[in-house]
Design a binder for this molecule. Structure first.
Ligand code: ATP
Length: 220
């Protein structure tokens, strides 16, 4: 059975860097699919600007047409913070046959803080991780940043191991963040190729990142 990628994030909004991450891991680990899982309430940060429903809709628009990618509502109906370990529990309850084949995907900046995650030792013992370089933080630097976990790390491309591993994927991903794009959308500045067209149109049409007091965008 091929492994399945689970890519959790705020996706406020989803951008080209996220799509690059998903496609890079899909290829490096020969995954069956990658499921994007928008967090209803991300635990480690200020609340998102766009609602969970709008972030789910933007994610669906961004992946339309790419047969490798899916969007999952696994965290959409959960009260309380969206902890990855709880999401894993829930998914494994629904798909017990796939237990042990899930690969959680993160950027290198997010994984560097893994020790702040709820029940992180448990999580690392129960599922694989794929960690993708983010601009300024190559995935390989995590061996020095997290020396106690270095023995579990493997350079991808490689086969997914039987025991839970941490796969380092050194792919080029668009050097962009949702924070920068929210700012650009608020200011009406160009977003170039960093935001899929359908996502940019959706965000403008629904006034998601409009400056307070700005006039509603004309409807097309
Ligand atoms: P924000 O600016 O709002 O913090 P973000 O751009 O970091 O958002 P998130 O939705 O918080 O996006 O990120 C989800 C996951 O995607 C995280 O694991 C993050 O490390 C990773 N990620 C986001 N953007 C990139 C990128 N450009 N390259 C590599 N990884 C990325």
């Amino acid at each position: 059975m091929k492994a399945v990628g689970l890519f959790g994030g705020t996706f406020d909004p989803i951008h080209q860097g996220h799509l690059d991450v998903a496609r890079a891991v899909h290829e490096a680990l020969s995954l069956e699919t990658v499921r994007f899982i928008p967090a209803r309430r991300p635990p480690h940060r200020t609340p998102p600007l766009a609602s969970a429903a709008h972030r789910f809709a933007m994610t669906a628009l961004a992946i339309a047409g790419d047969a490798r990618l899916r969007v999952s509502d696994a965290e959409m109906d959960q009260d309380g913070p969206s902890f990855t370990i709880d999401t894993l529990d829930r998914i494994e309850r629904i798909e017990p046959a796939r237990t042990g084949t899930f690969v959680f995907i993160t950027g290198s900046d997010a994984f560097r803080d893994i020790r702040t995650w709820h029940r992180w030792p448990d999580l690392l013992d129960r599922c694989h991780f794929a960690v993708v370089s983010r601009v300024g933080l190559p995935a390989a630097t995590l061996r020095e940043a997290l020396p106690d976990l270095a023995a579990r790390m493997h350079d991808a491309p490689c086969p997914v191991t039987a025991t839970p591993g941490i796969f380092l994927v050194d792919a080029a991903t668009a050097p962009v963040s949702s924070t920068e794009l929210r700012q650009a959308l608020t200011e009406g500045a160009p977003v170039d190729d960093l935001l899929p067209d359908a996502v940019a149109e959706y965000a403008v049409r629904h006034g998601l990142y409009r400056a307070p007091g700005a006039l509603e965008a004309p409807r097309g």
